[in-house]
Design a binder for this molecule. Structure first.
Ligand code: ARG
Length: 737
């Protein structure tokens, strides 16, 4: 029977297609040498030239790094070009800050969404830029030519920075390009990336947060996920298509390449690749680094950020204006503390430090077996261990006071320290300092802040510090609270809120009119600021010193590790840690087993939106129009073969923060979704890739199009896109029973 044949054929195919979960964020310029054979085996149908070419248009030309300002450094997200008029898709959480800035209570695009009907309605965002990679090249030799053995670590880095600047300037072709040189393998290799940076980027469309951020922070970092995490922008340039500052005369650019969007959908084992700008991973971190993060660094930051988010949340839910004001800050803090919580749990659970310790033992054996190796690497692990121990000891005394010193009136008081410090006998200096005070933009300190929220933040941050600090390490703070406020830290907080010059814009302005250094010195916010800064400074020098030593020895360790691998496992290709440069990752659509007896499917559907729906809830409300469409099962051409609307799906691609918004593509280089998150069980993944557990969470392209088309009725956008659907695979699909 034909059907049996079909079944067998599929089974064989899926065996062949069965790929290992794919670790590695690879540099596209080496695709032919390192990855192509593998990618082809896994199903890729494009040629290396079609992927990465510096002469012809190729897939890389549709991949865009998003950054703040005009520098192509530290891309916070990735976008992809999806039309010949420079239309760009990215995640909703990537556009979030711009959407927030454009929102008011009257035009609340965060809550209601936004859809431009034509170019004229598109909203300039200002601040976010889109970088296109022109080419990349290995500049290791040139960069390291300035380094010699007599230099210490700081001198070496200074020399490298200068050389890099010189090479970047030479490659800029008088400002036409924006080249960046980045370090790879902990300063063992250097590459130059030449970009064109477009600063006129405009908002074209976004779903409401109840779609784009559905599930909120409760679902964040977790599967299953039912989030339509996308937003749409457009890149504008001058009449010749070159980067230009915003002008109403600018035109949408004509990109070298744009991605077609596939309606074919996905099946388990399908080939997938993700291109983008992953920000940072620490795959070569030692067990000592992991222990430091898990036991010391993450718990501190987790505690501070969680406290701050909870306070924001409380006020945001009560007031639409406050909600808009703090939306982006809160999302960032919540995203970080939940990430750290996951990392603390999963680094332990997945025994990552143990895995690394095992590697370190093998490395040590290899080092010990040879005299020259011992000379070079004999101390490296011990030095790392000692210095991590040192930063561990110092961290509490750095991070808590650091964040407290940035809080509300205490933070503002810091701006006046320079005035207090000048020599009052130097009349000229005093006059100049008073002028400088008058130039302070006082309102800027209070812009976009909500006093009741800020006041509570100050009280709670002081309480947190008081409850965690070590009285012996910071006797000044201990004495202040015990003596002046009888051990009542809330009384100190209230004194600041009621009596500090720095608590309100009015009192600061009045003070600037008649400044008086003595008054500042007695001010309770200033007193606390001063104690915190002095305390922090006492630990900062040794902390920085230890961090620098860690840096230096990580460099040495990775150098040794590469030699170790080259000699012991020559077949293994190493990939560099993520560093905001363009990478590709390939893998396949896969389910996973998060725990014993639990199986997670690789897709989720609109049915799950209905299951999670909580009317009126801050995170799980669903817009009426979407409810209606789902209830009517009106999914149009976006339904899958079973009539279901797939919302998100999982793949084995290796990604991290910065990849958000990245295109996930099929074997033909067509868009099948947007990567937007990692999964809880593999939160340790930035340090060690977990093939069985680690998945990328993608929003399905069909759900994106469904929202644009059926939900928003933005047919102008649908028409602009290149939507493709394969002919039904004839033979197999036409079999009769
Ligand atoms: N976890 C996602 C990332 O880091 C960000 C998701 C934003 N959503 C949220 N609920 N905060 O890429």
């Amino acid at each position: 029977m034909k059907k049996t044949f079909l079944f067998v054929a599929l089974a064989i195919f899926s065996l062949m297609g069965k790929v290992r979960a794919d670790e590695g964020m690879w540099l596209p310029m080496f695709v032919e040498r390192l990855n192509y054979v593998d990618m082809q085996k896994m199903g890729l149908q494009l040629t290396p030239e079609e992927l990465y070419s510096i002469n012809n248009s190729s897939l890389k030309d549709a991949i865009v790094g998003l950054s703040t300002g005009a520098t192509p450094r530290g891309f916070f997200c990735t976008g992809e070009i999806v039309s010949k008029h420079g239309l760009l898709f990215t995640n909703h959480h990537c556009g979030y800050s711009d959407i927030q800035k454009l929102s008011t209570v009257e035009h609340d695009y965060l809550t209601d969404g936004f859809w431009a009907k034509d170019f004229s309605e598109e909203l300039p965002v200002g601040g976010t830029s889109a970088s296109f990679l022109v080419r990349m090249e290995d500049v290791t030799e040139q960069v390291l030519s300035v380094v010699n053995d007599t230099m210490d670590w700081a001198q070496r880095n200074r020399a490298i920075r200068e050389k890099a600047k010189e090479l970047e300037a030479a490659a800029s072709e008088d400002g036409k390009y924006n080249p960046i040189i980045s370090s790879f393998f902990e300063g063992n290799e250097y590459y130059m990336f030449v970009y064109q940076v477009y600063t006129d980027v405009r908002l074209v469309g976004t779903p409401p947060s109840s779609v784009g951020k559905f599930g909120g922070d409760t679902d964040n970092w977790m599967w299953p996920r039912h989030t339509g995490d996308f937003s749409i922008f457009r890149v504008y340039g001058d009449a010749d298509g070159n980067p230009a500052p915003y002008s109403p005369d600018n035109k949408p650019i004509t990109p070298k390449h744009h991605l077609p969007i596939s309606l074919d959908g996905i099946q388990k084992d399908d080939y997938t690749m993700i291109w983008g700008f992953p920000g940072s991973t620490e795959r070569y971190m030692t067990s000592y680094g992991i222990d430091y993060n898990v036991d010391t660094f993450y718990p501190i930051i987790h505690e501070i950020f969680k406290l701050q988010t909870d306070i924001m949340d409380e006020f945001m839910q009560k007031d639409a204006a406050v909600n808009i004001m703090y939306a982006d800050d809160k999302a960032g803090l919540a995203n970080t503390w939940k990430n750290f919580e996951g990392q603390m749990l999963m680094l332990r659970k997945n025994k990552v430090a143990e895995t690394k310790a095992e590697l370190e033992n093998q490395f040590t054996e290899w080092v010990d077996s040879d005299k020259t190796r011992t000379e070079e690497y004999g101390e490296v692990l011990n030095t790392l261990k000692e210095n991590y121990a040192l930063v561990s000891e110092l961290s509490e005394n750095i991070y808590y006071p650091n964040y407290l010193a940035m809080t509300g009136a205490i933070g503002i008081a810091g701006e006046f320290a320079a005035y207090v410090d000048i020599d009052k006998k130097d009349k000229e200096a005093v006059a100049a300092a008073e002028e400088a005070l008058k130039a302070i933009d006082v309102d800027a300190f209070f812009a976009e802040t909500y006093k009741p929220l800020e006041d509570k933040m100050l009280v709670e941050m002081l309480k947190l510090y008081y409850n965690t600090f070590n009285a012996e390490a910071n006797p000044d703070f201990y004495n202040l609270v015990e003596k002046k406020y009888k051990g009542d830290v809330v009384a100190l907080a209230n004194d600041i809120l009621e009596n500090s010059i720095f608590a309100t814009p009015e009192s600061i302005k009045a003070f600037i009119e008649k400044p008086n250094a003595k008054k500042i010195e007695k001010d309770p916010a200033y007193v606390v600021m001063n104690i915190m800064i002095n305390h922090l400074m006492s630990g900062l020098a040794p902390y920085r010193m230890a961090m620098q030593t860690i840096d230096e020895n990580n460099h040495l360790f990775v150098k040794g590790l590469r030699e170790f691998y080259a000699e012991t496992q020559p077949e293994k290709s190493l990939y560099p840690d993520a560093n905001s440069s363009m990478r590709m990752s390939y893998g396949s659509v896969q389910d996973y087993q998060p725990a014993d007896a639990i199986h997670y499917d690789y897709i989720c559907t609109a049915n799950g939106i209905m299951e999670k729906y909580v009317p009126g809830d801050y995170e799980f409300d669903v817009p009426q129009r979407l409810l209606d469409l789902i209830e009517a099962r009106d999914f149009g051409q976006y339904a899958d073969e079973n009539g279901e609307l797939v919302v998100c799906f999982l793949s084995t691609n290796d990604i991290t923060g910065g990849n958000s918004g990245s295109p996930i593509m099929n074997s033909k280089g067509e868009l099948i979704g947007l990567a937007f998150d990692g999964n809880w069980e593999a939160m340790s993944g930035d340090v060690n890739f977990e093939p069985k557990l680690q998945r990328t969470i993608n929003v399905d392209a069909r759900y994106v199009l469904f929202i644009i088309d059926k939900y928003a009725g933005a047919t102008n956008l649908i028409e602009e896109l290149t939507i493709v659907k394969s002919e039904p695979a004839t033979e197999e699909l036409t079999v009769e029973n």
